[in-house]
Ligand binder design. Structure first.
Ligand SMILES: C[S@@+](CC[C@H](N)C(=O)[O-])C[C@H]1O[C@@H](n2cnc3c(N)ncnc32)[C@H](O)[C@@H]1O
Length: 320
């Protein structure tokens, strides 16, 4: 359960959707559903991620098990990856969608005998990661896609991806790439947002909040269900060992971003930034505002807590 000290919602869902509609137009945002906006989104968003989200270049959600947001929550997923590295006594680790390098740069110093490679689609992310990792002998970053993992990166003992595989389109093809990149006995870990299997049963406004979040984080095809990933990994020959819903741990971080975004929507000075800042960068404020409703439902006072999205982990092993 969410801890009592968790920051409260800044406003009811209906008010939040009203703000989004007035400032950006809900229909105009949702018109991007199904469109490939990944590159402009990340090109425009990098300064925002660094200024608002994490100066160290973290681009994933914090997981705070005690219900209070702290930046330490960005390390929760990394601690799990470190555990897998120890479990299989890894010598090679491959991070998919490594972004600005936060995870691999956090892991490499503690695992001097492990070689880490980060693979990311965006050349500008790779350059940032390479610059920040210049002091590390055991970490390298490359530009490339997990839809076509370079053959020389195969044989990794641990392959992991944090909030990146939501962008995959053909799950079977990507799962086959992941399986091919893993050494026998190797582990695969993914943390991500997932549409609940009963997404369509969530209240309409909660579904709209989820779709707004998806589009304004460039997941324009919608989050996948964890069942779809589980099935694709199994078809690729992996054995799924763990599938856990960690939504509760993501509430504090989501509400923290929500309250920051609420300031933007409530102040004309901040809203004026919309006219001078790039579209995809400024639309991150929408994701911040609506995030909690999609994972918690319309909010405690609405009387309806049916949600649309989970934050979950999936872990699988490649049989020997
Ligand atoms: C939300 S960010 C997460 C970055 C990083 N995993 C982290 O935790 O900070 C998603 C990342 O996935 C990358 N990405 C999206 N599609 C990709 C693909 N097909 N192959 C490799 N990287 C991809 C994006 O460029 C972006 O850096």
């Amino acid at each position: 359960m969410a801890h009592a000290r968790t920051t409260p919602f800044a406003m009811p869902l209906s008010e939040a959707l009203g703000h989004v509609d007035r400032v950006f137009g809900i229909d105009s945002i949702l018109a991007d559903e199904g469109r490939d906006i990944l590159k402009p989104y990340y090109l425009q968003s990098e300064p925002g991620y660094k200024r608002v989200h994490s100066q160290k270049g973290c681009m994933h959600m914090a997981l705070n098990p005690d219900g209070v947001y702290t930046a330490d929550g960005y390390l929760t997923q990394i601690r799990d990856v470190a555990y897998q590295i120890r479990q299989v006594q890894a010598s090679r680790v491959l991070e998919l969608g490594s972004g600005m390098g936060f995870n691999t740069i956090a892991l490499a110093p503690d695992h001097a005998h492990v070689h880490f490679t980060g693979l990311d689609l965006m050349a500008h992310h790779v350059r940032t990661a390479q610059k920040d990792a210049a002091h590390l002998k055991n970490a390298a970053f490359r530009q490339g896609s997990y839809t076509d993992i370079p053959a020389d990166l195969r044989g990794a003992d641990v392959v992991f991806g944090l909030e990146t595989l939501c962008y995959a389109e053909d799950l079977d093809a990507v799962a086959a790439q992941i399986a091919a990149a893993m050494a026998p006995g190797g582990r695969f870990v993914m943390y991500d947002g997932f549409r609940r299997a009963d997404f369509d049963a969530a209240p309409e406004n909660v579904q709209i909040a989820a779709r707004l979040f998806e589009v304004t984080t460039a997941v324009t095809g919608g989050f996948h269900t964890i069942e779809a990933w589980d099935a694709a990994l199994s078809r690729a020959g992996l054995v799924v060992l763990r599938r856990d819903d960690l939504t509760d741990q993501s509430i504090a971080g989501m509400r923290y971003l929500h309250n920051r975004a609420a300031k933007f929507f409530r102040s004309w000075k901040y809203r004026a930034l919309k006219h001078v800042m790039p579209k995809y960068l400024i639309r991150n404020a929408v994701a911040g505002l609506v995030g909690p409703y999609m994972i918690e439902g319309a909010g405690p006072k609405s009387g309806d807590t049916r949600a649309a999205i989970t934050y979950s982990v999936l872990m699988a092993e490649k049989p020997r």
